[in-house]
Design a protein around this ligand. Structure first.
Ligand code: GDP
Length: 481
């Protein structure tokens, strides 16, 4: 079980910075709002002389991020589900054309003539089997979803133009798929072109770690022409084969959980969102919540624009009835009733507000004096990093003289060396500013500082550092430009 660092500190009756310092000592980098695993928490607790007892999490614990809405299904309840496919590759290699060609060849007779509705995903029917395609080609969509913790893709189709070869975005796509642990099928496109050279493409694939099956490796490659509709059926068959090997399963008989793949505001219909159902079956009339948006599903449309009453695992549907436009990549949960949905949405809204408040309440030299005046700050916590010990000592001595009646100056940590991520985490946890003397923050530290809103100041002259802080304390600080 995981526990948020701040909560652990509270339970142990400790200052959060004490816990973070111990964590850093163990090589674990975590901010106060991040969670650590139970084992680590137990070690920390022991270090502070406390015993730890593991209590199973109650499923309706509202402090959990998913509010106990999700649970693990039993193996025997799992049924096969269609694969969800993303098409990736270099610009102009034919991703959009390939998706179009697939749509055209896989329309059943009853669907022919219908107008496909753009809902961000489409379903192809091949010999009574379904394949779901995410319609936003490219790895940006894939990655931005993944960055939000949503993994909806089962198989990646890597499109490589046979007349052009492996290009920078091809390599990026390979890396993204690999990072997500998603199997890759290579579609070697534009084989109708006279300059097409399939062997050269395969050679380039080998150079990038993808060894084609017919060359003794395990990467499936399919020569296709999106334009001339050559090889499309082969590609679809290969997708089904890879899906079969992957044994993709989900429980269709439970309350639905899905991921928002696209959302927008329609002037007439209100918020519209495409949900890719991942578990369970989503039905018209269901009460749902996604992020801070909630509502009862008034209507659902499939990718052909047809009204449907329900959608099972892997099936994308556009839903109407949400209170606000949700974020792509957010999970959507079906819940018992309206009260539960509203409650969860409200709690999340409060949490976001609280986090924003916390960010804006972080100390910085620019508004220090304001905060001292308002009585918001009585201590100025400082972390000092410098190139040599002598500078630290000089700084500490001078800074200690700056104590006033209104504000006490506490050096909570100092050390020789550059400003690192762990310095920033400590600063964030203890609401401190970081002073670097003849040292700079590394890139990680800069990133974390931005996210955590930690003020870093670097100086080359001791006097300037002292003067800056003195001025800030006295309200004479000129804001940093
Ligand atoms: P995307 O940027 O990867 O989505 O590429 P597009 O699908 O927009 O295709 C880029 C260009 O390549 C367009 O002019 C297409 O008509 C052309 N194209 C795509 N597939 C083929 C193909 O199989 N053969 C030929 N000759 N041209 C193709």
């Amino acid at each position: 079980e995981n526990i948020v660092v701040k909560d652990l500190a509270e339970k142990l009756n400790l200052n959060v910075s004490q816990v973070i310092t111990k964590l850093i000592g163990m090589g674990v980098m975590a901010t106060q709002n991040q969670s650590i695993d139970g084992e680590t928490a137990a070690i920390i607790a022991e270090k502070f002389g406390a015993a730890v007892e593991f209590i199973p999490v109650e499923t309706n614990d509202v402090s959990e991020d998913n509010f106990g809405l999700d649970f693990v299904d039993k193996d025997e309840d799992l049924k096969l589900r269609p694969p969800v496919v993303t098409v990736m590759g270099h610009v102009d290699h034919g991703k959009t054309s390939l998706l179009d060609a697939i749509r055209q060849t896989s329309v059943t007779k009853s669907e022919a003539g219908g107008i496909t509705q753009h809902i961000g995903a489409s379903v192809a029917n091949i010999n009574n089997k379904k394949i779901v395609f995410l319609d936003t080609p490219g790895h940006e969509a894939f990655t931005s979803m993944r960055a939000r913790g949503a993994q909806v893709t089962d198989i990646a189709i890597l499109v490589v133009a046979a007349d052009d070869g492996v290009m920078p975005q091809t390599i990026e796509a390979i890396n993204h798929a690999k990072a997500a642990n998603v199997p890759i099928i290579v579609a070697i496109n534009k084989i109708d072109k006279p300059t097409a050279n399939i062997d050269r493409i395969k050679q380039e694939l080998v150079e990038n770690g993808l060894i084609p099956e017919d060359w003794g490796g395990n990467t499936i490659t399919v020569p296709v022409s999106a334009k001339q509709k050559i090889g499309i059926d082969d590609l679809l068959e290969m997708i089904l084969l890879v899906a079969e090997i992957g044994e993709l399963k989900a429980n269709p008989n439970r309350r639905a959980v899905g991921t928002i793949v696209e959302a927008q505001l329609d002037k007439g219909k209100g918020p519209l969102a495409t949900v890719l159902v991942q578990k369970g079956t989503l039905k018209v009339g269901d009460m749902v919540v996604s992020g801070t948006s909630s509502g009862r599903i008034r209507a659902m449309l499939d990718d052909k624009g047809k009204r449907v009453k329900k959608a099972g695992p892997s099936i994308p549907v556009m839903i109407l009835g949400l209170s606000e436009v949700p974020n792509a990549g957010d999970l959507l949960y079906c819940v018992e009733d309206e009260k539960t949905a509203r409650n969860i949405a409200d709690k999340r809204r409060d949490k976001i507000r609280e986090e924003q408040m916390k960010l804006s309440s972080k100390v910085s030299l620019d508004d220090l004096f304001e905060k001292i005046k308002m009585g918001e700050i009585k201590d100025l916590n400082i972390i000092i990093k410098a190139d040599v010990r002598g500078s630290i000592e000089a700084l500490v001595q001078s800074l200690n003289k700056l104590d006033t009646e209104e504000v006490r100056i506490n050096i909570i940590h100092e050390g020789v060396g550059g400003i690192t991520e762990s310095d920033i985490m400590l600063a964030s946890a203890s609401n401190a500013i970081v002073i670097g003397f003849n040292v700079r923050p590394n890139l990680n530290a800069i990133d974390v500082a931005k996210k955590e809103n930690v003020d870093i100041r670097t100086y080359r002259i001791i006097y300037e550092a002292i003067e800056d802080i003195q001025n800030a304390v006295k309200g004479m600080h000129a804001p940093k430009i």
